[in-house]
Design a binder for this molecule. Sequence first.
Ligand code: FAD
Ligand code: NAD
Length: 480
Amino acid sequence: MADTFDVVVIGAGPVGENVADRAVQGGLTVAIVESELVGGECSYWACMPTKALLRDAAALRAAHRLPGARAAVTGGPDPAAVLARRDAFASHWHDEGQVAWLTGAGISLYRGTGRIVATRTVEVTGADGEPVVLEARHAVVVATGTSAFRPPIPGLADTDPWSSREAASARTVPERLAVIGGGVVGAEMATAFAALGSHVTVVARDGLLPSVEPFASDLVVRSLTEQGVTLHLSAQPSRVERDEDGAVRLHLTDGSRLEADRVLVATGRTPNTRTIGLENVGLGAGDWLDVDESLRVLGADGTPIGDGWLYAAGDVNHRALLTHQGKYQARALGDAIAARAEGTAVDGSPWGRHAVTADDRAVPQVIFTDPEIATVGHTAATAAAAGLRFRAVEYDLGAVAGASLHADGYAGRAGMIVDEDRKTIAGFTVVGPDVGELLHAATIAITGEVPVDRLWHAVPAYPTISEVWLRLLETYGRQA
Ligand SMILES: Cc1cc2nc3c(=O)[nH]c(=O)nc-3n(C[C@H](O)[C@H](O)[C@H](O)COP(=O)(O)OP(=O)(O)OC[C@H]3O[C@@H](n4cnc5c(N)ncnc54)[C@H](O)[C@@H]3O)c2cc1C
Ligand SMILES: NC(=O)c1ccc[n+]([C@@H]2O[C@H](COP(=O)([O-])OP(=O)(O)OC[C@H]3O[C@@H](n4cnc5c(N)ncnc54)[C@H](O)[C@@H]3O)[C@@H](O)[C@H]2O)c1
């Protein structure tokens, strides 16, 4: 006997929860399957705990940048207090709060591992080993997220390395930490553990934060170096071993060697699709799930599986590995499934209610390094690769009155990419202390396709850091 629902969602991370919620709000019945903690990676091992690890040091740095406040601050952050606050932000790795939310939202939770066994059919194996079969009248949604990818570096596995999970939930601060990988996880965790007192070395084969504007990553490289972090930015470990005294030794491709007490591997993600039954729908176990614009999973022939009953949202479809972007997909998808079930029109046109247009044009991200980086839309490199006719303009953020008031010696920079055919903003990047909250104005300008001429009428308040918008427009020049 199967339990039947309108929709079955596999994975109760932020994305699965949101698909389920929207589908219920659209009048459907929904079962959600979770093998670990309801809330997913973001709540317990990613966004929330890592930002909690970073916040105290950021507040201290802000005080140190003002002479009057600096006088009142002695010493660095208290690691025990930081870790305790982090524990609270990870809900002490208990999911009762999120389970109560699911129940309140009218979503049925099945604890166990979900596996697609046939069209619209998911088998759930719980702790007791007894499988339960769920049948979906309309749709199955895969929202199983990703896990840390560990590269096959000889000896690495024998040194008990941390992944982002162990770093985010660390109980102690290692005296010497070696970080492999210079992406967002590597850069943020190097910042966090350096501030907590570790001697940090970063080994990154493609530079630090290679996907952001070089003017932004350069400032983070400078700041990490000033904080005593050692950077090897065009190297990777060729071999790793543990000494008799317990230290881990890394042999790097640039010929250098380093020792650490702990290694953090931050070299990207791999999709949680190895055991979800993809072979039963003609796909390869362990693959990222290719989707069309409606997030329907595509088969090997590039067309939706079956009649389009299987969807994938969030990290697992590899469109944008960010919580807010996955939740955006989830809202559109939950509404689209409900509309299809009701027989009403689905609006998948660009910027339509059920479209995920922003995935291609305006993905915002804040990187919580010191200084922060905030970015949305194109960089000069991606604009060039996309064949856009564009102009890139930059401005020294430290020269903006609001920034110089915000902190002494404020070092920062902003840049915008203007689409020269459409005369709209196609990308925006800013780097500097506390710039994260500046980002949404740029996201609105890009998604709203606000003409540059109209932006001249969006007057930033004086003296705020947002005045950089005016300076960027002046640098671009008034052309109408
Ligand atoms: C260290 C770190 C920091 C990050 N910081 C940020 C940040 O600051 N901001 C941001 O926007 N993003 C951040 N991210 C990215 C963010 O965590 C992900 O984009 C987000 O968690 C994706 O959500 P999801 O629901 O797709 O997947 P997940 O959060 O991974 O959730 C998937 C869920 O599915 C479950 N599951 C998997 N397989 C099965 C199965 N077979 N059966 C049942 N359940 C299953 C898992 O247990 C999990 O609960 C960070 C990532 C990392 C690693
Ligand atoms: N603040 C945020 O928004 C935030 C924070 C953390 C993570 N995330 C998300 O999580 C995802 C995963 O982040 P990530 O940093 O793990 O992956 P990533 O793919 O962004 O970066 C991995 C880096 O490791 C390097 N690398 C890979 N193999 C290596 C090796 N053998 N030796 C040395 N360097 C190697 C790569 O060159 C790459 O730059 C990202 O897509 C990011 O969007 C977001």
